[in-house]
Design a protein around this ligand. Structure first.
Ligand code: SF4
Ligand code: SF4
Length: 325
């Protein structure tokens, strides 16, 4: 994170953490379920716990989520590809983390919707809301043209990891490549478990989401611990969940191969000085060019570029106001 943004970023993150429980959506309950065995059939003074079902979210609010998802991705593309400003992207990360993470409590997200889409394709009796379909396809569609804008500016899981990255170390290339295969194994397992018959079906991606417990301020201790390990490890290894485990990241990485626009490290002529390779915490620069399928759209490499970093922008601004050339 740029130095100027470190303090406000941390303050805002702490403020979100402190206030999120008050702003998080309350879940309304209704309709006690009476199909379970009742107290009188069980006997021995057994008390049936109240099992209840949450009301669905209003239709227009669901579409508002889709609209915001599209707008945030549009903003990420504009900031990264047109304006080339990491600073603005950090603010977008913070806003997305606040809305899609803490306010919407990490749901609905394209990562988990992999399973709903899989079941809907295989089981004609299973219906899936059109909003879930839109949330699943929209980031892939954008990646098809512009690269992984969803990962760079919108995904709350990615934003959380992006904001905790303090001192990135480089993972040796071979190890990075080998670990990168895990996400495809996980994707395969998630599909296999989603395709099981209804009674034994399991949505692994949602059950083992390491960050959703933080967004909801609740969850199993084991998963909160895993999430904490990812965040602590993520202070040194850039976005470990994104690079090595996220199954949707695997799909995005394949879709991005077809994109004809993406991050280019300098706005015009490459200097081939190699500073950007050092600056990329995700091992996404090879032979001094951004590798689109790995590039997480973080715009860190711009800052290190003598043709495009803070100094270059300061010079441009001086020229605009008629200062020294
Ligand atoms: S790789 Fe997965 S978790 Fe990471 S930012 Fe992209 S979609 Fe989110
Ligand atoms: S090449 Fe690396 S540093 Fe540059 S935007 Fe992509 S992931 Fe970030």
């Amino acid at each position: 994170m740029p130095k100027a943004l470190r303090l406000p970023g941390v303050v805002l993150l702490l403020a979100i953490l402190a206030t999120a429980p008050h702003f998080a959506q309350s879940i309304y309950y209704e309709r006690p379920v009476e199909t379970a065995p009742q107290e009188e059939t069980i006997g021995d003074g057994y008390k049936t716990p109240e099992v209840q079902k949450p009301l669905p979210r209003h239709f227009w609010l669901q579409w508002l989520d889709v609209l915001l998802l599209g707008a945030a991705m549009g903003a990420a593309v504009w900031i990264v590809l047109a304006r080339r400003r990491r600073r603005w992207l950090v603010w977008l990360n913070i806003a997305s983390l606040g809305y899609f993470g803490f306010y919407r409590e990490g749901c609905i997200c394209p990562i988990g919707s992999i399973q709903n889409v899989t079941v809907a394709l295989a089981d004609p009796t299973y219906s899936i809301p059109i909003v879930a379909v839109a949330v699943f396809f929209l980031p892939l569609f954008v990646a098809l043209f512009f690269g992984r804008a969803f990962c760079g500016g919108v995904c709350p899981l990615g934003a959380m990891q992006e904001l905790v990255l303090l001192r990135p170390v480089h993972v040796p290339r071979r190890l990075d490549q080998a670990l990168g295969l895990l996400k495809y194994v996980y994707l395969g397992l998630a599909i296999v478990f989603a395709l099981k018959p209804a009674l034994s079906r399991d949505f692994l991606i949602c059950r083992f989401d390491p960050f959703v417990g933080f967004f909801r301020f609740s969850g199993e201790a084991s998963m909160l611990t895993v999430g904490a390990v990812f965040l602590i490890g993520g202070m040194f290894i850039g976005r470990p969940y994104c690079r090595y485990l996220c199954p949707y990241g695997g799909l995005l990485s394949w879709t991005t191969r077809l994109a004809n626009r993406g991050v280019t490290i300098t706005p015009d002529k490459e200097l081939d000085c190699g500073l950007c390779t050092e600056a990329c915490p995700y091992g996404a620069i090879d032979k001094m060019r951004a590798v689109r399928r790995k590039c997480l759209y973080c715009a860190r490499c711009y800052e290190s570029c003598p043709r495009d970093g803070e100094l270059a922008h300061a010079k441009e601004e001086l020229i605009e106001i008629g200062g020294p050339r």
